[in-house]
Design a protein around this ligand. Structure first.
Ligand SMILES: [Fe+2]
Length: 392
């Protein structure tokens, strides 16, 4: 949402100022906050600072505040320092909770039948490039057409989002049926919806599943909106929701041999299934039933925790919450791995070879690119508070 940054007046208070904006809102600014953020102290966005908070007088006050002929706000402090603030900057950075709400995220939930955004592979830096990342940020997933099926095609799509994350699975991971099964995904078995990498302190952020070859029978892709499912649980059983959001449980991946496609690992992370941000909004999902280590939580809450976990898992596996589709060669689905849970239906050898290529990018890379594209294309939401993801 764009702010109307015209302001009517400022009022001195005991600890700073209150700015009254022409849209009726009021924003409080503490004297120490203003002095710390004075533009003469350098540019925090570029980490180029010549001012330290150690120079602040803890009892600093504002002694005068007035708008100058250019519309900027001029402030005089009790230590004699004078600052000039750009009004747009003040409104954009205001710590007032109401202003933070106005920078709230734009998230739309999906469930069975919701059409996903679908667009051709865009050229870097174009409005269509911004459309793709906007769609993934809002809906949690989007389908991209016309992605050349070679590895260069996967890399080209990934480069639109950020740097590829290299893990013990490698840079690109081919999901095909292997006679010597080493990874569960290398079978024709159905996979229940899950997030990848729950056993890492920082799971993958954005994932790409790129279809190279398709099975004519089965092997459909499934996506479930973990945010929507979590919110449905919050509505129906807040106590169960709180347990999943507040209790950390262990996720594990332990493999003692290394093979061509993956190294030996012993990864273990404790985290809640649902991560909330500081405003208690749902910000990340970490969920993979096969990766749960034996719960090492307080036995006194074990029964209640299990009941909440069972209910959440049932909802995740409920077809009413799932989008099901079959990717064709040259199509890819781009999804938020810490929100949109992915799975697949079973398939057999009779339908031909099925080959998907997986590649992941860190969450901060995706959000960084999204903000830069929004800036370049003058889109609203540059200051949107994006979901922080699943934290431990
Ligand atoms: Fe997976």
């Amino acid at each position: 949402m764009e702010f109307d940054t015209a302001f009517l007046n400022t009022e001195l208070t005991t600890d700073g100022i209150v700015v009254r904006w022409s849209d009726g809102a009021r924003s409080r600014f503490h004297a120490l906050w203003l002095r710390d953020n004075c533009p003469t102290g350098g540019d925090k966005r570029k980490a180029f600072r010549t001012f330290s908070v150690t120079e602040l007088d803890p009892d600093l006050a504002v002694v005068d505040a007035a708008q100058n002929e250019y519309g900027d706000l001029e402030i005089e402090f009790s230590d004699g320092h004078q600052s000039t603030f750009d009004i747009d900057w003040l409104r954009d950075n205001s710590p007032e909770p109401a202003d933070r709400v106005r920078r709230a995220r734009q998230v739309s939930y999906f469930r069975a039948g919701t059409p996903l955004a679908q667009l051709p592979l865009p050229q870097p830096g174009t409005a269509e490039h911004c459309d793709l990342l906007d769609a993934v940020a809002e809906w949690g997933a989007a389908i991209v057409d016309d992605v050349p099926t070679g590895e260069a095609g996967t890399e080209a799509l990934a480069a639109l989002i950020g740097r590829v994350r290299e893990t013990d699975f490698g840079r690109l991971f081919d999901i095909v049926v292997e006679p010597e099964m080493w990874e569960f995904s290398q079978t024709g078995l159905a996979l229940d919806p899950h997030t990848d990498d729950p056993y890492r302190y920082t799971p993958s952020g954005t994932s790409i599943l790129h279809c190279v070859e398709v099975s004519t029978t089965g092997g459909d892709s499934i996506l479930v909106d973990g945010f929507a499912v979590a919110e449905s649980l919050l509505d129906d059983d807040p106590a169960a929701f709180d347990l999943l959001a507040e209790v950390s449980v262990p996720f594990i991946r332990h493999r003692t041999e290394s093979v061509d496609q993956g190294e030996d690992v012993h990864l273990l992370a404790h985290a809640p299934i649902i991560t909330l941000d500081r405003d208690r909004e749902i910000a990340g999902i970490r969920f993979h039933e096969r990766s749960m280590a034996p719960f090492d939580i307080d036995p006194a809450i074990m029964g209640d925790y299990y009941r909440a976990y069972i209910e959440f898992t049932r909802r995740i596996n409920d077809p009413a919450n799932a989008i099901q589709f079959k990717l064709q060669p040259g199509q890819a689905v781009v999804y938020d791995n810490q929100r949109a849970l992915h799975g697949r239906t079973a398939f057999g050898p009779e339908g031909g070879r099925r080959h998907l290529r997986l590649c992941t990018i860190d969450r901060d890379q995706f959000h960084s690119r999204l903000r830069r594209l929004r800036e370049d294309h003058d889109r609203p939401g540059v200051h949107e508070r994006l979901p922080i993801g699943s934290l431990s």
